[in-house]
Write a protein that binds this ligand. Structure first.
Ligand code: F6P
Length: 325
């Protein structure tokens, strides 16, 4: 068992609902064990600028239900430079931290890995992103909540789509990954999902929509923002010439998908992952990512997690097809 005195903590990259629950769990567990938590503000940028807060119990009281991150976040271009990292390492050394925990996505983990190499500090990554695009974990913190937000929004769009007999193209987040689009489509009863992992043939799509819109009150297509044929607006414009006489509309859900109170699942996931991250460090482990795999909280080499890609099960597209009329 390693006795630690101080750990550094950041949230980085796109915020995700449940990050606060994770910060709370880490802080409460550490303070119980007499480990100080130095939280740097606004991700890696706060480490470079030495903007920090030593977290106390009162800082993490009443935050489990709040979206966003109380620590702030950023995508720091300066940390990608050697000069930026020299400053960051100097500050971490000055604070005499024993380890570094970061909550975020693959960009965040890339930063942690470099830090571990250049400073020789134990790092642990906790996957927090609404995109769910991290290899090694079935779920990332925030993904479940974002899915619920998508379903709630699409339920509303369906009301107006069906009233006007329209085909609606709803754009959801996912620059590189189709998890939100695919599972959002299944959960909201959409007609189909267009995802970055699969090529979209516009002519085929138009043919399909013509067929499936027949006799239906409203048709919903969920489009991941990173689809190869474009976003919802672009795809709608591309299919329009093939769908003369049909009423087409699009809607971009945007950043509402990132906000809001975390679901019960995300709060549980975040709490378990946060405590587990500190326990790994106490066991003398380092350079790992915390995962939720097959119902268990476990860990994986952070470099391996970054090397591989987590892609949604394409059999789910087949499932959508099987439900089409
Ligand atoms: O958090 C991940 C993500 O939501 C992506 O799905 C999206 O493309 C991106 O962040 C948007 O980032 P930003 O808020 O920096 O524009």
């Amino acid at each position: 068992m390693i006795i630690m005195k101080k750990i550094a903590l950041i949230t980085s990259g796109g915020d995700a609902p449940g990050m606060n629950a994770c910060i709370r769990a880490i802080t409460k567990y550490c303070l119980n064990k007499k480990i100080k938590v130095i939280a740097f503000l606004d991700g890696y940028q706060g480490v470079i600028d030495n903007r920090y807060k030593a977290l106390l119990l009162e800082d993490v009281d009443n935050i489990i239900h709040r979206g966003g991150t109380i620590l702030g976040t950023s995508r720091s271009p300066e940390f990608k430079t050697k000069e930026g990292r020299v400053k960051a390492i100097e500050h971490l050394r000055k604070h005499e931290v024993d380890a570094f925990i970061c909550i975020g996505g693959d960009g965040t983990f890339a930063g942690a890995r470099v830090l571990s190499e250049e400073m020789n500090i134990p790092v642990i990554g906790i996957p927090g992103t609404i995109d769910n695009d991290i290899y090694g974990t079935d779920y990332t913190i925030g993904y479940g909540t974002a899915l619920n937000t998508v379903v709630e929004a699409v339920d509303k769009i369906r009301d107006t789509a069906s009233s006007h007999h329209r085909i609606f193209f709803v754009e959801v987040m996912g620059r590189d990954a189709g998890f939100i689009a695919l599972n959002g489509a299944i959960a909201s009863g959409a007609d189909t999902a267009l995802i970055p992992e699969e090529h979209t043939d516009v002519e085929e799509l138009a043919k399909h929509l013509k067929q499936s819109a027949k006799g239906r009150r409203g048709t919903i297509v969920i489009v991941a923002e990173g689809d190869d044929a474009g976003g919802a607006k672009e795809i709608m414009q591309k299919v329009a010439p093939y769908l003369k006489g049909y009423s087409l509309r699009h809607s971009v859900l945007g950043h509402i998908q990132r906000g809001g109170a975390p679901s019960a699942f995300d709060r549980m996931l975040a709490t378990q992952m946060g405590v587990f991250a500190v326990q790994l460090l106490e066991e003398g482990k380092r350079d790992l990512m915390v995962c939720f795999k097959n119902g268990r909280i476990t860990s994986l080499d952070i470099q391996e997690a970054m090397k591989k890609k987590h892609i949604p099960k394409l059999s789910k597209l087949e499932l959508l097809n099987q439900l089409q009329s």
